[in-house]
Design a binder for this molecule. Structure first.
Ligand code: NAD
Ligand code: G6P
Ligand code: MN
Length: 445
């Protein structure tokens, strides 16, 4: 079948991930051909170095693509088939506060989990809603594929306020974990793994893992996880694991697994099941945001400036990442009706049979040009159901708290989070988060 050329805008053009998405798009012109590629950001200065470098990269490697970058919503969102969104409202500086403020109270400080995730959610939701509105105004038939975190909380907000919008919220963590498993199992690619998985975003479990012939891969993976977690025992091809904090998270999967050995867990469950360990091993003065600013952000911006200065990217070390692969796979499935099976964040509507219909859950879906169809995963166990419902209430209260500008609901959200020990700590934390987020949050009543 002849594949029609697509037009894409990457929103959050100044993101540390943009260049690797552009690289992957260029490498996949046979599977997902492009006629136009744009970057859009609301911060011209931030986007410029990335935009200039991508201009060189596209000219050198895929000159047929019409490339541009802009901060004008009309220019960015007109004539596009896909919006690939990954904005970070408040930037890495606010991520640093999301991580450091809770740690002061002895509570997990994390980008998407616990108080940090709640704070980030309140900043992110209005930003993502604005992008949807631009898309619907200038390209009403387009799809938005949204990575912007906290993806589960953002998904709950879009479910309520933009129920008919063509937005799919996504996460690359399960893919990253499956890449490690492919290494462990000696498979060529994680796409050789057919899985059954359910939960919320950054909060789920695998119940079944098979190869394409239907052979059960769980016993071997369980044996490995008991010893090493998700870290591979030998040669490493997963780039995440070259970073110490991620390597620790993958190893910790061993302890998370031990709590519920019938299933294999998402690594993010460490923040809910082992918050004491997470706090004890954190450095309250130097968190993941600092690591990202000192490494990924610094390196990518230096490399983009170098490309722009030299006018060539022939020798660049920027590579297409798994983050990029997943989003392009999803866009291809929607554009070319491939019926790909992918883990996505969707409205439950019975997919997890004993969880309420209006929960935004993460489950395998079949993706075609008609959209996404969740697969039935059956009931969650008593343990998992209890955990899911607690966290689901946190996420719903967070979104209600924002929409109703309700101090009370946000206090409840924080009090209910498994990462927070008491309503007293929740209140102190909320008061400090309100101050830190004064430029972003609405006034609370
Ligand atoms: P970053 O700060 O480097 O980049 C984000 C960009 O968004 C910046 O250039 C910023 O100017 C821009 N931006 C902020 N608010 C905007 C708005 N309202 N409109 C347009 N642009 C806006 O961040 P990063 O580390 O590259 O991460 C980007 C996002 O991707 C984050 O939300 C991160 O959590 C998310 N992410 C999600 C997943 C996932 O699994 N869902 C995986 C990786 C990253
Ligand atoms: C994974 C998660 C993302 C998260 C990212 C953080 O990819 O799925 O949701 O944003 O990790 O990675 P970082 O390197 O920024 O800490
Ligand atoms: Mn994620």
């Amino acid at each position: 079948m002849e594949r029609k050329e697509q037009s894409v805008v990457i929103a959050g053009g100044g993101s540390t991930y943009t260049a690797s998405i552009v690289m992957l798009l260029i490498e996949n012109q046979d599977k997902f051909p492009l006629r136009k590629l744009k970057l859009y950001d609301n911060d011209a200065e931030r986007q410029e170095p990335i935009g200039k470098a991508c201009e060189v990269i596209v000219k050198e490697r895929a000159p047929h693509i019409d490339f541009s970058y802009t901060t004008d919503p009309e220019a960015g969102f007109t004539d596009v088939d896909f919006v690939m969104a990954h904005i970070r409202v408040g930037g890495l500086k606010m991520r640093e506060k999301d991580e450091k403020i809770p740690l002061k109270y002895g509570v997990v400080g994390q980008e998407t989990c616990g108080p940090g995730g709640i704070a980030y959610g309140l900043r992110s939701i209005p930003g993502v809603l604005e992008l949807i509105d631009y898309m619907e105004k200038y390209s009403p038939n387009a799809w938005m594929l949204n990575y912007s975190n906290p993806a589960g909380i953002v998904a709950e907000a879009t479910r309520i306020l933009r129920p008919d919008s063509k937005i799919i919220n996504i996460c690359d963590m399960p893919v990253a974990i499956k890449k490690s498993w492919a290494d462990i199992l000696g498979l060529e690619s994680e796409t050789d793994i057919i899985d059954r998985y359910y939960g919320l975003n950054h909060f789920g479990w695998w119940t079944d893992i098979r190869d394409k012939e239907g052979n059960d891969l769980m016993p071997k993976l369980k044996e490995h996880t008991t010893k090493y977690g998700y870290a591979t025992a030998g040669e490493e091809t997963n780039p995440l694991l070259s970073e110490e904090s991620w390597a620790d998270t993958y190893t910790k999967a061993k302890d998370i697994y031990a709590v519920d050995p019938d299933t294999l867990p998402n690594t993010y469950l460490k923040y809910y099941l082992f918050p004491d360990y997470v706090v004890e091993t954190a450095n309250p003065n130097h968190t993941r945001a600092n690591e990202v600013m000192e490494h990924r952000e610094k390196n990518i911006f230096a490399e983009c400036r170098r490309i722009a200065e030299n006018g060539t990217a022939e020798d660049t070390n920027i590579v297409a990442g798994e983050h990029a692969e997943f989003i392009v796979q999803l866009a291809s499935a929607l554009a070319f009706n491939t019926h790909e099976r992918m883990l996505l964040i969707v409205e439950n509507k019975g997919a997890i049979s004993n969880i309420q219909d209006d929960a935004m859950v993460e489950v395998p879906c079949i993706v075609s040009k008609y959209g996404v169809e969740p697969l039935a995963m059956g009931p969650a166990s008593t343990f998992q159901k209890g955990m899911i419902e607690q966290q689901l209430a946190v996420e719903k209260l967070t979104v209600q708290g924002l929409f109703e500008q309700s101090y009370q609901k946000l206090w409840q959200a924080l009090s209910l989070s498994k990462t927070v020990p008491s309503a007293k700590v929740a209140k102190d934390l909320l008061d400090e988060l309100i101050e830190a987020n004064a430029d972003f949050w609405p006034e609370l009543k």
